[in-house]
Design a binder for this molecule. Structure first.
Ligand SMILES: Cc1cc2nc3c(=O)[nH]c(=O)nc-3n(C[C@H](O)[C@H](O)[C@H](O)COP(=O)(O)OP(=O)(O)OC[C@H]3O[C@@H](n4cnc5c(N)ncnc54)[C@H](O)[C@@H]3O)c2cc1C
Length: 335
């Protein structure tokens, strides 16, 4: 079977690697460089903690598969430092963890189980299986595994035909039995050409990195705060702390433009660090920009129409090997 994978983000590369393992004839089309759009940067948060038990189970399954990737890479890909969720709604998260049978602790402010660089002011959930995903190592592993299948080309058109799909690039059209569309922020318009409707609306997001001060907890847990402004925080490299704030559409909506949104986010993030994180210096040393979907909660979405299989979602890095495994099965089995 000839399979085209469109997009060499972590989703497309994980799928390509799995398809190659299963003996398929795969071409992965990438318009830029591998893992340079939504998958760029050096790190992400891993967690079992989710608001619904199905995603706790999915994360647990993904961690087992990360173990197989770690063997192939010969190094740790998920650093098990733990993840903390702090906020008024942690009992909802704890209920999902309990239902899925995942170990967790619910603790009050000041608990010795908290190793984060600021004060948790409300109840927290400690997820000991959580931690930091080493994206730089995953990029090296997956680009190595898929090197023979990668082709640099911008796919501008998908043309469904009776027995497959013609993929059009600047070099002309090429027939494939199945197309897996994993083009990140560009998925919606390409999917629509195959009659599949997926989210189109995007907004601006940027995560900023700051130096940790001496005396900060070591190693710190990854940290999500849900009361007030939603934040995602973790140690991106030793001695550094990455912070992503979620702001509303009036501040980071598509029509605000990239530059204005990033300026607003930088100002808000620096103010947050200065006010809330005693162990972090409010001095930006790095930033990662991307365009997430509007209003799409965590989750993995697959939609198929005839010979086109679309995969999309939000916060997918933590599920990457599971997505590769499932998407390869769906592509090869036509379901
Ligand atoms: C700042 C930030 C923080 C995040 N934090 C977390 C976290 O803590 N935990 C977590 O699990 N996830 C997190 N995520 C989300 C996670 O990184 C993404 O969900 C995941 O990387 C998405 O991968 P992807 O393959 O779907 O998309 P992408 O990486 O964007 O890949 C899509 C690829 O398709 C290519 N492409 C698009 N159109 C075409 C075309 N027409 N022709 C050829 N190629 C094309 C693009 O060039 C791109 O390389 C975060 C993301 C960001 C940016």
């Amino acid at each position: 079977m000839r399979v085209a994978v469109i997009g060499a983000g972590v989703v497309g590369l994980a799928t390509t690697a799995e398809l190659l393992t299963r003996g398929a004839d795969v071409t992965c089309f990438e318009r830029g460089g591998p893992m340079r759009e939504r998958s760029k940067g050096e790190s992400r948060i891993f967690r079992y903690a989710h608001r619904v038990p199905e995603l706790v189970e999915a994360a647990r399954h993904a961690l087992q598969l990360f173990g197989a990737w770690e063997k192939a890479a010969g190094q740790t890909l998920v650093e098990p430092v733990g993840t903390v969720v702090t906020g008024d709604d942690v009992h909802e998260w704890a209920a999902a963890m309990t239902e899925a049978g995942a170990e967790h602790f619910v603790v009050e402010p000041g608990s010795a189980q908290l190793r984060v660089p600021g004060k948790a002011t409300t109840t927290s959930l400690v997820d000991p299986a959580g931690g930091v995903i080493r994206v730089d190592r995953i990029r090296a592993l997956l680009t190595g595994l898929t090197a023979g299948a990668l082709r640099t080309a911008h796919v501008h058109d998908l043309e469904p035909v009776g027995d497959g799909v013609v993929v059009h690039t600047g070099a002309g059209g090429e027939h494939f039995d199945t197309v897996v569309l994993a083009a990140g922020a560009a998925t919606g318009p390409l999917a629509a050409q195959a009659g599949i409707f997926t989210p189109l609306a995007l907004h601006h997001h940027a995560r900023f990195t700051f130096p940790l001060r001496e005396g900060a907890p070591n190693p710190p847990q990854a940290w999500i705060t849900t009361s007030g402004t939603l934040t995602y925080q973790h140690s991106s490299t030793p001695g550094h702390w990455a912070v992503g704030l979620e702001l509303g559409p009036d501040q980071v909506g598509w029509l605000q433009g990239k530059d204005a949104s990033v300026d607003t986010l930088r100002e808000a993030t620096v103010a947050y660090v200065a006010q809330e994180l005693e162990h972090v210096e409010p001095r930006v040393v790095d930033e990662v920009y991307c365009t997430p979907y509007d209003d799409l909660p965590d989750g993995i979405h697959h939609v198929r129409r005839d010979h086109v299989l679309v995969v999309y979602g939000e916060n997918l890095m933590k599920f990457a090997p599971l997505i590769g495994d499932r998407t390869a099965t769906m592509a090869l089995e036509g379901r």
